[in-house]
Design a protein around this ligand. Structure first.
Ligand code: MG
Length: 231
C-alpha cells in the first residue's frame, strides 16, 4: 500500500525547541501568572502531577483535557470556573513570550506546501499534553499554521499521549486509514519512532544528517519522499 498521509511531530521537527529549556520556562511563567490562586511552586508541582495522570490515562472515554483538569482542580481545591479563565488568559497574554526559546527550521513552510501539492494528507502529531492554543501558537512560530491539516492532536480532543501506542491508533482511526498508509516523522526515538512502529507505521527519524535509511533532516525527508529517484 502506498503512503497517503504524513504525521508530523512539531517540536524539534518543524521548529527547533529544546524542551529542556522550554518546559521549565513555561511552567515557571504559568506558576508565576497563577500565583494569586496558589503559590507558584505548588502550581508547578500540581501541573507535573496532573501531566502524569494525563499520560497514565487509558480510558477512551476521558480526554487528555479532562484527565489533566480533574487532578489539577482537586489539588487546588478550586472549580473549573475559577481556574480555566486564568489559564486561558495565560495563553493569550504570557505564552507568546516563550517564542524567544524557539528558532525556525529552514524552509518548513515550503516543504509542507510541497507535501500538500503532491497530494499528501497531513496530521500534526505533536504530543497532546497541551491545549490547542499552545500548539497553534507554536505552529505559527514555525510559520506553518495556516495549512489544511487533517488533524492537529491537542489535549482537548485526544485520549492518549506519546509514548502510548494507542495515541497513534487513535490518529489512524480518526483519519480512517490503515497503518500502511502513513508515515510518522519525528525526532524522539521513544515518543515518535518506537510506538509508531509498534502499530505498524513507517517512520522517519529527524536527525541532524542522514545516517543510514529512514532518518535525516526534514529537508532530507522532503527529498526522499518527493524525489525518491534522485541520484
Ligand atoms: Mg519532537
Amino acid at each position: 500500500m502506498t503512503i497517503t498521509t504524513i504525521l508530523l511531530d512539531l517540536d524539534d521537527t518543524l521548529i527547533h525547541n529544546s524542551t529542556d529549556r522550554f518546559i521549565p520556562a513555561y511552567l515557571k511563567s504559568l506558576g508565576n501568572y497563577l500565583s494569586d490562586i496558589a503559590p507558584a511552586e505548588e502550581i508547578i508541582s500540581l501541573v507535573f502531577h496532573a501531566i502524569e495522570e494525563m499520560q497514565a490515562n487509558q480510558d477512551v472515554a476521558v480526554t487528555n483535557y479532562d484527565a489533566f483538569y480533574r487532578p489539577f482542580l482537586q489539588g487546588l481545591k478550586l472549580s473549573y470556573e475559577q481556574v480555566h479563565p486564568r489559564v486561558t488568559a495565560f495563553y493569550r497574554q504570557v505564552y507568546p513570550e516563550l517564542r524567544r526559546f524557539v528558532t525556525p527550521v529552514p524552509q518548513v513552510r515550503q516543504f509542507i506546501a510541497d507535501f500538500f501539492e503532491a497530494g499528501y494528507r497531513i496530521c500534526i502529531a505533536t504530543n497532546p499534553l497541551f491545549p490547542a492554543t499552545a500548539i497553534e501558537q507554536r505552529l505559527a512560530w514555525a510559520d506553518a499554521l495556516d495549512f489544511p491539516y487533517e488533524l492537529i492532536t491537542t489535549m482537548e480532543t485526544m485520549h492518549f499521549s506519546k509514548p502510548n501506542p494507542r495515541y497513534y491508533q487513535e490518529i489512524l482511526a480518526r483519519l480512517d486509514i490503515s497503518a500502511a498508509e502513513a508515515i510518522m516523522v519525528g525526532d524522539n526515538p521513544e515518543h515518535d519512532i518506537a510506538p509508531a512502529r509498534q502499530v505498524g507505521l513507517a517512520t522517519w527519524r529527524i536527525t541532524a544528517a542522514a545516517d543510514g535509511a529512514g532518518n535525516g533532516s526534514l529537508a532530507e525527508f522532503h527529498d526522499w519522499l518527493l524525489h525518491p529517484h534522485k541520484p
